[in-house]
Write a protein that binds this ligand. Structure first.
Ligand SMILES: Cc1cc2nc3c(=O)[nH]c(=O)nc-3n(C[C@H](O)[C@H](O)[C@H](O)COP(=O)(O)OP(=O)(O)OC[C@H]3O[C@@H](n4cnc5c(N)ncnc54)[C@H](O)[C@@H]3O)c2cc1C
Length: 467
């Protein structure tokens, strides 16, 4: 009999599986939709985790305390968070780096560019792919059984709790897999175009999915249909502006356009529509997908001049460049007069200050709507470069409600049914995002869910099991 069944193959799932073994579960099985080659979900695309710490820790500089972390979260979520769970995640994050290293994860110094993260975020050596490979290696060496190509289509739940998972097979059928406890860590529904369309309408047809194609939200839907309480708004999620030329799935980090705060962004009419310098990029990058989604045809263009070159992480596709703004407009299909007028108005409104991209500097515009509050410099040094932008959905926030043991809440809590990762992100993130908190949520709740599932499995009386 399986003690703990873990559904999903990303960070939250592997943290849960490793933690379940740590806490005494003897037979732990991981069911991953993807093949071995494609395993790891969105987690393979990650680069860092946000971590609370009271003093310098490894590559993390200075201190980043609970209240500051919580304030950062409150600012981006506008208060839409469950404070008890958010503080639980923040406090437990301080133990994550050490735990992760135990299972082979290694860290490196913070990467440069427009992310000012050396104090708050721990970067994975080799990125999320290396992190997931380390977890899988550790899991295999501990005897955790990994079953690839194993999408779960539904959960069998009765009044005594979780009984079994129904796993699809290639022949079109499904087989029943009973277990004493389960951790559902199967991501959000961001890979499911139909569901995105239900939430966003036809605009969703222009969205690109930054991560894997496996997070279809099958179990999120199944759980809600079976009475699990949901949390979060279906249209909320992490959605950034990415290169419009990115592939439909798995474009990953290299398609993100990180020069927004160094220039201006216009829509297809050549008009600016939001303050590009509102705050530091790590606190603002996650609003730009939504902003582009609200523009005509869901397209935008990030425009910089030569002064910005070398100051941001270069994306994988080179931008279009030209010696004049008008020539650039022609190259990217905008009306030259419209773009030229927008740039002239912006240039005229810039108040010269002391440019410093590492602080909220005094370079700003005056008398311009929308304003640019920091890092405003005239676009006056050719060549001028443009990157086309589309909304790139990273992950969705609609999830199932959990308590502080990661038990999924129905009318009551579920004794042996736990959830972790993106599928519970909405408990902490009602809206907005601070860089690195996705992995914090997944790591903390993954570990906790695995621990609690192991304890539940050991407690579960035999007569409750429908084997
Ligand atoms: C490009 C990109 C960059 C990112 N960078 C960062 C970063 O640097 N820091 C950060 O904190 N966050 C980052 N994120 C967000 C981060 O990836 C997520 O918060 C985190 O990986 C979620 O972990 P998870 O385990 O819940 O989901 P995932 O890693 O997506 O795993 C979900 C798993 O469930 C499997 N699955 C889905 N449905 C089923 C089913 N029915 N049956 C069986 N298996 C199923 C999938 O195959 C997958 O393996 C990034 C995301 C993307 C896309």
């Amino acid at each position: 009999m399986i003690d703990v069944l873990v559904i999903g193959g990303g960070n939250a799932a592997l943290c849960a599986a490793l933690s379940a073994v740590e806490h005494g579960a003897r037979r732990v099985v991981v069911l991953e939709s993807a093949s071995r080659a494609e395993r790891g979900g969105n987690s393979i695309h990650t680069r860092n985790i946000r971590v609370m710490h009271d003093s310098p820790m490894g590559y993390l500089t200075e201190a980043y305390g609970e209240d500051e972390f919580f304030d950062d979260l409150i600012r981006v979520t506008g208060g839409k968070t469950t404070e008890e769970l958010a503080r639980q995640v923040i406090r437990a994050s301080s133990e994550c780096p050490q735990w992760m290293q135990r299972y082979g994860v290694r860290f490196q110094a913070c990467l440069g560019g427009t992310l000012h993260l050396s104090r708050t975020n721990n970067f994975f050596l080799g990125g999320g792919k290396a992190l997931m490979n380390a977890y899988y290696r550790s899991a295999e060496s501990l005897g955790i059984q990994i079953q690839y190509d194993s999408p779960v289509e539904r959960l069998e739940i009765d009044r005594k709790g979780f009984q079994a998972a129904w796993v699809s097979d290639k022949a079109g059928g499904a087989h029943r897999l009973p277990a004493k406890a389960v951790v559902v860590a199967s991501g959000g529904f961001e890979s499911n175009r139909e569901w995105l369309r239900e939430a966003w309408g036809p605009a969703a047809d222009q969205f690109l999915i930054r991560g894997c194609r496996f997070n279809q939200g099958v179990l999120l839907r199944d759980l809600i249909a079976q009475g699990a309480q949901s949390i979060g708004d279906v249209t909320q999620g992490h959605c950034v502006a990415i290169d419009a030329r990115a592939p439909m799935y798995d474009g990953g980090i290299v398609t993100r356009i990180d020069c927004v705060s160094l220039g201006i962004v216009v829509n297809k009419e050549g008009q600016r529509f939001y303050d590009e310098g509102e705050d530091f990029w790590p606190k603002r990058y996650a609003i730009w997908g939504r902003l582009v989604a609200q523009q005509p045809d869901q397209i935008g263009y990030s425009i910089i001049d030569a002064k910005a070159q070398g100051r941001f992480m270069p994306p994988v596709f080179p931008g279009e460049s030209a010696q004049t703004i008008e020539a650039l407009a022609v190259k990217i299909g905008l009306h030259p007069d419209a773009l030229s007028k927008t740039v002239s108005a912006y240039n005229a409104a810039v108040v010269t200050g002391r440019f410093n991209h590492a602080v909220l500097d005094d370079c700003h515009t005056e008398g311009l709507t929308p304003p640019k509050t920091h890092w405003a410099q005239r676009l006056d040094t050719p060549p001028f470069t443009a990157y086309p932008l589309r909304p790139g959905i990273t992950f969705t926030y609609l999830g199932v409600k959990i308590n502080n043991k990661c038990q999924v809440l129905f009318d009551d809590y579920s004794e042996n049914l736990f959830a972790a990762g993106e599928i519970v992100a909405g408990n902490v993130l009602g809206q907005g995002y601070v860089a690195g908190v996705g992995m914090t949520i997944g790591s903390v709740f993954g570990r906790l869910a695995g621990q609690q599932a192991a304890l539940a499995a050991m407690r579960r009386p035999q007569e409750e099991l429908c084997i």
